[in-house]
Design a protein around this ligand. Sequence first.
Ligand SMILES: Cc1cc2nc3c(=O)[nH]c(=O)nc-3n(C[C@H](O)[C@H](O)[C@H](O)COP(=O)(O)OP(=O)(O)OC[C@H]3O[C@@H](n4cnc5c(N)ncnc54)[C@H](O)[C@@H]3O)c2cc1C
Length: 380
Amino acid sequence: MDFSLNKEQQDIAKAARKFAASEFPDRAREFDREEKFDLGLWKKACDLGFVGVFIDKKYGGLGYGFFEHCLINEEFWAVEPGIGSAILSTTFGAELLQMFGSEQQKKTVLPQLAEGKAIIGTAITEPDAGSDVTMASTTAVKDGAEWVINGSKMFATNGTIARYMNVFCLTDPENASRHKRHSFILVPTDARGYQAIKIHGKLGIRASDTAELVFRDLRVPAENLVGVAGAGFSQLMEFFNRTRLHVCAQGVGLARAALEEAIRHVKGRVQFGQPLAAFQVTQFKIAEMATRIRAARNLYYEACWAMDNGRVDHALIAMAKWYSGKTAVYCADEALQMHGGYGYIDEYKVQRLYRDAKILEIYEGTKEIEKLIVARTLLR
Ligand SMILES: Cc1cc2nc3c(=O)[nH]c(=O)nc-3n(C[C@H](O)[C@H](O)[C@H](O)COP(=O)(O)OP(=O)(O)OC[C@H]3O[C@@H](n4cnc5c(N)ncnc54)[C@H](O)[C@@H]3O)c2cc1C
């Protein structure tokens, strides 16, 4: 099996790295401290073709596989995770529409996402439904030719800046199967009854917008249903199979950034008459970080390769997801430790990496849920 990048993929990764390196570092500390996002920067990334590369050409995208989107994620996160996250999550939900949306939904929404004219989000989590999404209780009730939505969502990425939100709704509460009770409904965020309340005080990825959503008698046309009624849960699993790969790439990118910061610091910092890099304990840490990064990358490359070749391997994706999150958290922790007290201060990038890393073990399936998926597959 050959996982080396072809020339086009190498060029994509190189261009993404160059863009991120020239645009992100000067803004990173301010965006992190002030929980700020620069829509101009997002627009620039769209204009240069970094956003929504997996969107079909006929809907304004570049028509690449999910792997190319992962490569951009990895490079953006290897420079500044907070900004990388804010920019690339602006299409969080495009995958769902591309797979299951009607022709009309795709034609209306996808070009706007690829061209930097609109942002989308996908709201599943609720106050009482996190890992167990089947408990989601936001209702969508059919009233003539409309759906009427009532309920609330937690932690919706892009909640206050999105033009569209895919909302995971309870449409058939009496269905005997809890996996057939929900449906996705495409909600324009300017609809009456949509309220987004920004969540402040996140540990990391603070440039990214996160909101609590409230829906009060929000009405959308019946044709805003995504796919068929009752298919929401199975659509969500297919959607996560793609987006979890993006999270893997984010983890590898962040871990690479941590390793780079660590190497830079231990080569320059002298204690006991020699650079920290000369101590064997430091060398072992560097070796372990590099090895874990390579292992995490190989896992997600293999999972992407299988996906782009038409084989969806749930257990492999779950392995790649929890392992890349763990690798990011481990590498950021070790890198901060090597910085000593300086790493504890936000003037040093490593402090941001340490805080940004943790989300990778939480969103789009916690590490525990991912391990359950792996174990269930093996024990079946
Ligand atoms: C910054 C940020 C952005 C997010 N973006 C989005 C978004 O755009 N859209 C969206 O819908 N959601 C989003 N989320 C929500 C995220 O996906 C959830 O937080 C996550 O799925 C976990 O749900 P929970 O927080 O309710 O935790 P819970 O489900 O309550 O879990 C708490 C703990 O219990 C563990 N646990 C739960 N069940 C089991 C089990 N069966 N066995 C073992 N352990 C278990 C979990 O692993 C976790 O450690 C975001 C969250 C954050 C913080």
